[in-house]
Design a binder for this molecule. Structure first.
Ligand code: CAA
Length: 388
């Protein structure tokens, strides 16, 4: 019996800022963003959109197909937590009408926690193959204005149904891990934006990749040549290109630049126009690979490198299942991306500065999101989510 990802669906906000606009206001060459960091657009959430509404919108198509009683556990991975105590997934559980006997939990370790959730979901399903686990990763990436991180913001959520004999990707049990206590990127509880030592974070990412790969190849016995494609954590798409170049060098794989690029280019397409979605980003990259690769990937092995600052890195692998195209949500994703509205720099600043009420009063939010769910308001410190 194999275990893995049976279905995958993502969602992002209906607004985006083109990085050309940001570059113009900053007096920066737009090519620094388009080519230098490999990003074109970044998603901006409406005031009535947050990790819960994005998560529920991402998962809705899976629940519509599988039915609300199919899921025994919902795991919600995020580093944009909205409450220090209550799991964001409980709101999603209600919005999706999931069974009261379904357990819900939230996980955190920067951008890595969706991978922890996926691995734990696989373990749960392996123990009880007749169950399905819903893994959701949802994040809004926010940095201070006028910092190098500003152009790498974004937002998005991805939902994955994990089951026995999955229709998309079976996940191998072997993993390679690397953990080290470092301060490359973090967000103290009292801040709404992340703090980051940008250049250092990219160095630590690459170090964690090497260490996690070494551990993975020892444990699994797999070599670089066993993989046809690679999905990397995607803070910005150039990071994946640098990571892959390094892995090719490290493993002495001896590929040409074009051959290297062909192994990752289809994973980058969605993220280039969504921006960083932290926990969701590698899995939106996987969706991009499955939905945009012309060649039939059936039977091909994919290498995954998941990275969460602070830091944990994990290298793992999976094999694409024959007939996977039947289970994709390709048209829905294309429609979602095509329907987004470009915003001006002023609108971007308004969204960025939209205040989060903390006074315990009655606050209603104007309708901005075009998703299936919205945050209608916050009243007496309670968030009110409704279908739209
Ligand atoms: N045309 C083409 N390329 C240009 C250019 C131009 N006009 N101007 C600059 N560039 C190139 C530079 O040469 C550079 O390329 P290399 O990296 O290949 O040298 C690239 O554009 C970026 O330029 P800078 O190095 O000057 O960029 P910066 O210092 O202003 O910002 C950054 C880069 C530090 C990564 C910044 O975007 C940042 O802080 N981002 C947030 C942190 C981050 O994403 N870290 C990633 C690892 S941590 C992680 O993965 C977890 C997570 O999700 C946050």
């Amino acid at each position: 019996m194999s275990v893995g990802i049976d279905e995958i669906s993502f969602y992002t906000s209906n607004y985006f800022l083109d990085l050309k606009t940001l570059a113009e206001v900053q007096g920066t060459d737009p090519e620094k963003y388009y080519t230098g960091i490999g990003q074109e657009k970044m998603g901006m959430a409406a005031p009535d959109e947050d990790i819960v509404t994005m998560a529920a919108s991402a998962a809705l198509p899976l629940i519509e197909r599988a039915g609300p009683d199919a899921v025994s556990t919902l795991m919600f991975a995020t580093e944009t937590g909205i409450d220090q105590s209550k799991a964001a997934g409980i709101y999603v559980h209600r919005l999706l009408g999931l069974n009261a006997n379904c357990r819900v939990v939230e996980l955190k370790q920067a951008c890595y926690s969706a991978t922890a959730a996926l691995q734990m979901a696989c373990a749960l399903v392996a123990r009880k193959p007749d169950t399905k686990v819903l893994v959701i990763a949802s994040d809004i990436a926010r940095y201070d204005l006028d910092t190098p991180g500003e152009a790498t913001q974004g937002c998005g959520a991805v939902a994955m149904l994990v089951s026995a004999n999955p229709r998309l990707v079976s996940i191998d049990p072997e993993v390679g891990n690397y953990t080290e206590d470092v301060m490359d990127f973090w967000r103290p509880n009292y801040r709404s934006t992340a703090l980051v030592d940008g250049k250092y974070s990219t160095k630590i990412y690459l170090k964690a990749l090497k260490k996690a790969w070494d551990n993975f190849s020892t444990v699994s016995g797999y070599g670089f040549g066993d993989f046809s494609r690679f999905c990397y954590h995607l803070p910005f798409s150039r990071m994946a290109q640098k990571a892959h170049q390094q892995l090719v060098r490290h493993t002495k794989a001896g590929l040409s630049a074009d051959e290297q690029e062909a192994q990752i280019s289809d994973t980058l397409l969605y993220n280039r126009i969504i921006g960083n979605s932290y926990t969701a980003s590698m899995y939106i990259g996987l969706t991009s690979l499955l939905e945009n690769t012309i060649e039939d990937l059936s039977g091909q092995r994919i290498g995954f490198f998941s990275y969460g600052s602070g830091c944990v890195g994990e290298f793992f692998s999976g094999t694409v299942v024959a007939g996977y195209r039947e289970a994709l949500h390709l048209q829905r994703h294309r429609d979602l991306l095509a329907a987004r509205r470009e915003i001006s720099h002023d609108e971007y600043l308004q969204l960025y500065r939209h205040p989060v009420p903390t006074d315990g009063g009655e606050h209603r939010f104007e309708e901005g999101t075009t998703g299936h769910f919205r945050l209608a308001g916050i009243s007496h410190h309670k968030r009110e989510y409704i279908p739209r």
